[in-house]
Design a protein around this ligand. Structure first.
Ligand SMILES: [Ca+2]
Ligand SMILES: [Ca+2]
Length: 304
């Protein structure tokens, strides 16, 4: 199957079969025919060919052209399965409210794509489990979860394929964390939309899992995806590429609420993604329980 088209946020929302050719580069999606389909996607991943111009502009000076970064990030933007409604639901866009930033960096033999939903709120948990003394059900005024996709280009036929997927799930916590990479045969635990993985997002806390079953057994079985009812592609827009630590896209690597342009985030909230010492106080001016993305970027080897 060959497809071509103009990159837009729409492509990231799931109409990726409409990718178009544009000034010297194009995306061709090909691969094995889909043998088994379910209501969400395919069980087999498709390879992707992304051709990047040698003379392309490279604003963040990491060796990858801007359009190449955006094209790869769009092709592999995960499909997220979530529960609709709740304290962070954006009814206009039919998805959880968030800044939806990304970064693309060469790391060793792969290109690492980091997807940062930058949710405006973590809704916490409800129900009987909140009576347990070791379960903190408190909601947060922001929630920094992360998904990373490593892609590697085949030397022979130049196609790209996923080499690893990182999912955040209660990272940096004291127990019950499944904050980890999936590689090799573990990639078979995922289902796919064309070249992109499907990720299950736990209700309330937004932890990420490769399947509903993994979600339901996550964090000592406190996490659940039992009521997840909406699937959407991580929305893509070129201006949400945060650049590199060496050369951030914005002054100091900082993004303000006003730039996100959502009524769900206050205008003067700010997150400085690339700064080790930056203090992030959430998207609603409440600092309780909120941590920023820098420690993920360092954990993933794209920041020091
Ligand atoms: Ca670049
Ligand atoms: Ca980059």
């Amino acid at each position: 199957m060959s497809v071509s088209g103009t990159m837009s946020e729409a492509a990231g929302r799931g109409e990726s079969s409409q990718l178009l050719s544009r000034a010297g580069f194009r995306v061709i999606t090909c691969g094995a025919a889909l043998l088994v389909l379910n209501v969400l996607g395919a069980t087999a991943q498709q390879d992707t060919t992304v051709t990047c111009e040698a003379s392309a502009t490279d604003h963040d000076a990491d060796g990858l052209g801007d359009e190449c970064e955006f094209t790869l990030a769009t092709a592999y933007a995960p499909a997220l399965v979530v529960r609709s409604g709740g304290c962070n639901w954006d009814e206009t866009n039919r998805r959880p409210g968030g800044g939806y930033m990304f970064a693309v960096e060469p790391v060793d033999s792969v290109v690492r794509i980091v997807y940062m939903p930058a949710y405006f709120r973590d809704c916490g948990w409800r129900g009987a489990k909140c009576w347990l003394p070791w379960v903190d059900c408190t909601p947060h005024a922001g929630d920094s979860e992360a998904i990373a996709v490593d892609v590697r280009q085949n030397e022979d036929d130049r196609t790209w394929r996923v080499a690893g997927i990182f999912l955040s799930a209660h990272c940096f916590g004291r127990s019950g964390a499944e904050c980890r990479w999936y590689r090799g045969r573990e990639l078979d635990r995922f289902t796919w939309v064309e070249s992109a993985p499907i990720v299950w997002v736990a209700e309330g806390r937004n932890a990420n899992y490769p399947s509903r079953r993994a979600c339901d057994s996550g964090h000592h079985s406190i996490d659940t995806c039992d009521h997840n009812d909406v699937q959407y592609r991580f929305p893509m827009a070129a201006e949400r590429n945060i650049g590199s630590q060496q050369r951030p896209a914005a002054e100091g690597g900082c993004v303000a609420g006003a730039q996100i342009k959502s009524p769900m985030a206050v205008d003067d909230a700010i997150e400085c993604f690339w700064q080790p010492e930056a203090w992030f106080s959430g998207w609603q001016h409440s600092s309780k329980g909120v941590t920023g993305y820098f420690r993920y970027l360092r954990h993933l080897g794209v920041a020091i």
